[in-house]
Ligand binder design. Structure first.
Ligand code: COA
Length: 249
């Protein structure tokens, strides 16, 4: 467990805050493990009605820690990042995200698995996988073309184009865009707490119905993407791009 993930409980709502401000909340192996374990516990805890994932009012997350990618790249599906992905995919409780500032890489793709997503209008979302010599992950190669059509998804995944919170809401990636990071977090908390007074079993069954048709195919796609992603991490293209970021000053 790491203090770079803050875990707070308010009635039935469990809030997980990414808390590594000096590195823009970049996610390390330890942070993925902590998130994966906490999600699993929350899933089987009858007292928890919903889980809210957030960063700070300035930054959601800069994505995977790039130094970790170089020093300890995930080598197979038994790595912390894949435990996190699968536990998020399998979570039966409502998942809510509040996003402000940068949401890069997995900071954007994890939103595709949340049930409700509240973003600041000027949040900066981006999936620069190709730019880093990598490939899409976390089911994004399946979900985004379905959601946006191939041509718009290709701008985001093949060119690594960034977009803002307002666009995320217009495209259905987010539920609503709000005026500031504080407002996005307040709305996310307000909506997440509503699950506390809804019938839990009805919520669980309804989410299951919404997710069931895609669950198996998504798991398969996540595994296929993951196998290629871990290979790409060791490619000369990725090595050059990742060390370029680390040595950019
Ligand atoms: N991994 C490791 N460290 C990261 C990081 C990441 N993904 N993103 C940012 N950091 C670190 C920077 O190296 C810097 O550390 P330093 O102060 O020790 O030099 C610190 O966080 C602040 O980052 P900085 O780039 O100065 O902040 P910014 O506000 O100008 O820009 C981002 C923020 C998120 C837009 C920018 O940091 C960025 O593009 N990060 C890389 C995102 C990325 O490609 N993620 C991987 C996706 S697969």
């Amino acid at each position: 467990m790491t203090d770079a993930i803050r875990v707070e409980r308010e009635r039935g709502l469990l809030t997980l805050s990414l808390n590594r401000p000096d590195k823009k909340n970049a996610l390390t192996r330890a942070m993925y493990s902590h998130l994966a374990e906490t999600l699993k516990q929350a899933d089987s805890d009858p007292d928890i009605s919903a889980v809210l994932i957030t960063g700070s009012s300035e930054c959601f997350t800069a994505g995977n820690d790039i130094a970790d990618f170089i020093q300890q790249p995930p080598s197979n599906l038994d790595s912390p990042v894949f435990h996190f992905m699968l536990n998020l995919l399998e979570c039966r409780k409502p998942l809510i995200a509040a996003v402000a500032g940068a949401a890069v890489g997995i900071g954007t793709t994890m939103l595709l698995h949340c049930d409700l997503v509240y973003v600041a209008r000027d949040a900066r979302l981006r999936m620069p996988f190709v730019n880093l010599g990598l490939c899409p992950e976390f089911g994004s190669s399946l979900i985004l073309p379905r959601l946006l059509g191939h041509a718009k998804a290709a701008e985001l995944l093949l060119l690594g184009e960034g977009f803002n919170g307002e666009q995320a809401a217009a495209w259905g990636i987010a539920s609503e865009a709000l005026g500031s990071g504080e407002e996005a977090l307040a709305r996310a908390r307000e909506m997440a707490l509503r699950f506390d007074s809804l019938p839990r079993e009805a919520v669980r069954i309804s989410k299951q119905l919404m997710k069931a048709p895609d669950r198996e195919v998504l798991r398969k796609v996540i595994e296929e993407e993951g196998a290629l992603f871990t290979q790409r991490l060791r490619s000369p293209e990725a090595m050059a791009a990742l060390s370029g970021f680390i040595n950019r000053h």
